[in-house]
Write a protein that binds this ligand. Structure first.
Ligand SMILES: [Zn+2]
Length: 66
């Protein structure tokens, strides 16, 4: 398997990404759990998405450290 993806900032091959849990602020409504994907070399954020495990409502009490 050949890895073709490279970081748009530092230009290194993107073999790993750092995934962090961040909070998306939903226009003053409930905060939404999100995931950010960043380059492990230069920490540039490559992508942010909603956490697929996050419940649409507020915290359900199941807080898992990532
Ligand atoms: Zn980079």
């Amino acid at each position: 398997m050949t890895h073709q993806g490279e970081c748009p900032k530092c230009g290194k091959r993107l073999l790993h990404v750092r995934i962090e849990t961040i909070v998306g602020q939903n226009n003053g409504n409930d905060d939404v759990r999100c995931l950010s994907y960043s380059c492990i070399h230069c920490n540039a954020v490559l992508h942010v998405q909603l956490d697929p495990r996050a419940k649409p409502r507020r915290r359900s009490g199941i807080e898992r450290a990532v």
